[in-house]
Design a protein around this ligand. Structure first.
Ligand SMILES: [Zn+2]
Length: 277
């Protein structure tokens, strides 16, 4: 864990501002609120590309311009997750449900997660950390582009991962032999700086009261919700097209409230899925 150490000096900031939290300079809209969102491909085999497509579709800068996919690839996993959270909050559904089993008795547990509690400005992409023996390291968080590269080249070893994310040790390029002894501390430092990417939830079992630490893949949960919303939108197109013989483009061009209104007029058995209500 990061601890104060008398051997460590204040970090030399080669990139002023990067050690501070990255201010949120974008805004999010709900996926599914534009007809073009029907084109977003939810590919479970390429989650990073799916996230980049969502960011390019639903995130705009302060001038209202969509984020460039190249830029979205360079965002840290923390920033990408915060953008996905903002998109989910824009859709008006802040609650996420997580299923887990108690590690002691196996009891099924349902954990409700309020995304308002996780939403924040993205954390700084670079930060300093001091090892227990006073070595000062400059670390960076992984980006979407890192994940894309690892997908193509194979999952990196623990040592390769550390080497990729440590930019300097005591002001010098990192030496793999030095890093080997620091790996547990580097893991803790990355987790402490960005608790969102490897989110751990603490909960007590309702049956045996055992304290459980549950790993939560927040990105997967958010993507699953967006994919379900898109499937609901497609179901609505099928129902309205079957009943009213409108084209897909005509139905998707309708504002959500009008689509919901027409769906409520359909006979029983063709009612709305609830995805947009
Ligand atoms: Zn239990």
């Amino acid at each position: 864990m990061n601890r104060l150490d008398p051997h460590c000096t204040s970090p030399q900031q080669e990139h002023p501002g990067e050690h501070q939290a990255a201010r949120q300079a974008w805004s999010a809209r709900a996926p599914g609120s534009a007809a073009a969102d029907i084109e977003i491909a939810f590919d479970a085999r390429d989650r990073a590309a799916t996230v980049t497509s969502l960011l390019a579709a639903c995130i705009t800068d302060t001038q209202g311009r969509p984020v460039d996919p190249d830029e979205a690839w360079d965002w840290t996993l923390n920033q990408r997750l915060q953008a996905l959270i903002a998109m989910r909050l824009a859709s008006g559904h802040p609650a996420l449900e997580l299923q887990a089993a108690c590690a002691l008795c196996g009891e099924a547990m349902e954990i409700a997660l309020d995304l308002h509690l996780l939403a924040a400005d993205p954390v700084a992409p670079r930060f300093s950390w001091c090892s227990d023996d006073g070595l000062e390291l400059e670390l960076r968080l992984p980006s979407g582009r890192d994940v894309q590269g690892w997908k193509q080249s194979g999952v990196p070893s623990h040592e390769q991962l550390a080497l990729a994310l440590v930019e300097a040790v005591a002001g010098q390029p990192p030496d793999p032999r030095t890093l080997a002894a620091l790996l547990p501390g580097i893991d803790d430092a990355l987790a402490a700086h960005d608790p969102l990417t490897g989110l751990q939830l603490q909960t007590s079992c309702p049956a045996c009261a055992q304290d459980n630490s549950i790993a939560c893949d927040l990105e997967a949960l958010l993507l699953d919700g967006f994919a379900r919303d898109q499937a609901g939108m497609l179901d609505e197109v099928v129902r309205l097209a079957s009943a009213l013989h409108w084209s897909e483009a005509e139905i998707l061009a309708l504002p959500r409230w009008r689509r919901a209104h027409y769906l409520r007029q359909l006979p029983t058995g063709q009612a709305a899925t609830g995805a947009w209500t």
